[in-house]
Design a protein around this ligand. Structure first.
Ligand code: GAL
Length: 425
């Protein structure tokens, strides 16, 4: 590593030749789905069930990728469109996703497919939710079908942000299945990671040279008041749970979940070493405060410490945090790929600065010898942002949700310029 680090330090451009310059999307956020659990979960979708109508406009949207000059694209295969009913496969939906892959390959863009990005077919969630062991067979049949039928995809994400599914779906109840049930959340965690381990093997058996990972949401955690021992204790607990426990589980095969003043919970899962790279979704820093009037005594806050203002979804912008989470993920000893990073803002100059500042941090990480192999900006065009609806504005291209027109922001031109300057294509 030292020789390579030395070489990169002197190199005016430390980005390796095969670095993936990409953007990331998810199908449901662009095109909705009448068969998905979320379609009836959120009233915003009743007025805009097709969201940006990417389902019909995908060919035009994929041209935007060419305009940007990216060499990589992360998208998801919407399970509820592919299996609208249990044991029914929609071959037209599959053919359309295959066409997306073929268009990408024709443009020289490497596809990365996400198999689960928060949404489910309604029948799955009603009959086989993640806390029931029967979920495994259903999810794995879907994985096997995709790995067999979709040709030309080497990079796969089995689950986007598994912890968000658990926190949102099983503890806060703000996402389907809408439970607040710690016991079931642990059963669901076990099933999701058993599924990851098995999906890893299935994809490798079907796809030559496959690269498989999860996309894990990592954040920086800090105490609200550094002098307050309870704020510091909460911060340590959150850091361990959110950032560290998953890394350790991929290293050892055991999840260890620690809560203050109680015995750790240990869950065995067959995932040791089942990663070819590690997908990191990074957005922000979170401050934690002990507050006895809040659930479990935890209050989360985003503070505008750098004075640039919080984003449209209320998050702090903290580029240096990206280096911290990458350093901590590097303990896994596999290549790192930033599978999501982006800002929700109407201010296009701010979007440009966000992009620049985060790519600068990656550049420094490469000079420091970290094995970072890709960056996917979130996201291509404005979309449906889960609990925040339609006006968060993460897109490089702005969408008018009435006319569905796509208009480039200044950040799109900047990203194209950045890719041209930093890549060695
Ligand atoms: C991630 C999620 C994406 C997107 C993004 C911005 O957590 O994977 O679907 O919503 O956040 O909030």
């Amino acid at each position: 590593m030292t020789a390579r680090t030395g070489a990169r330090k002197r190199d005016p451009n430390p980005f390796p030749a095969n670095f993936a310059w990409g953007v990331a999307t998810s199908a449901f956020q662009l095109e909705g789905s009448p068969h998905a659990d979320w379609a009836t979960w959120d009233s915003v979708l009743q007025a805009h069930p097709d969201v940006t109508n990417h389902y019909a406009l995908y060919r035009e949207d994929l041209k935007l990728l060419k305009e940007l000059g990216v060499n990589a694209y992360r998208f998801s295969l919407e399970w509820s469109r592919i299996q609208p009913r249990e044991d029914t496969w929609d071959e037209d939906a599959i053919a359309r996703y295959q066409e997306i892959v073929d268009i990408l390959l024709g443009y020289g863009i490497e596809p990365m497919a996400t198999l689960h990005h928060f949404t489910h077919p309604r029948w799955f969630l009603e009959r086989y939710p993640w806390h029931r062991d029967a979920c495994r067979g259903k999810y794995l049949r879907f994985v096997e079908a995709m790995a067999t039928k979709i040709r030309g995809v080497r990079s796969w994400i089995t689950f986007n942000e598994p912890y968000v599914i658990l926190l949102g779906g099983y503890l806060e109840g703000c996402m389907p299945p809408g439970l607040r049930d710690p016991k079931r959340s642990l059963q669901a965690l076990r099933n999701i990671f058993i599924c990851h381990g098995k999906a890893y093997d299935i994809i490798h058996a079907k796809v030559p040279h496959a690269r498989v990972s999860v996309a894990h949401n990592m954040s920086v955690f800090s105490p609200w008041k550094r002098w307050n021992p309870l704020d510091r204790l909460l911060t340590r607990t959150a850091k361990h749970f959110y950032n560290t426990s998953i890394i350790d589980a991929f290293r050892t095969g055991t999840f260890v979940i620690k809560f203050p003043y109680s015995r750790p919970v240990e869950i065995e899962v067959p995932i040791k070493g089942k990663l070819d790279f590690f997908g990191v979704n990074y957005y922000t820093r979170i401050h934690l405060r002990f507050n006895p009037f809040r659930k479990m005594g935890v209050e989360l806050r985003h503070l505008d410490i750098e004075g640039t203002g919080l984003t449209n979804v209320g998050w702090e912008v903290h580029p240096r945090g990206l280096a911290k989470v990458l350093r901590s993920a590097s303990r896994l000893g596999v290549p790192l790929i930033i599978t999501e990073n982006g800002i929700a803002t109407h201010d296009t100059e701010r979007k440009t600065a966000y992009l620049k500042n985060h790519v600068d941090v990656i550049e420094q990480c490469l000079r420091d010898g970290l094995d970072v192999q890709g960056y996917y900006y979130w996201t291509l065009i404005d979309n449906y942002e889960w609990l925040q609806g339609l006006d968060s504005r993460f897109g490089l291209y702005q969408v008018d949700f009435e006319t569905l027109a796509r208009t480039p922001t200044q950040a799109a031109a900047y990203y194209a310029y950045l890719i041209e300057n930093r890549s060695r294509l």
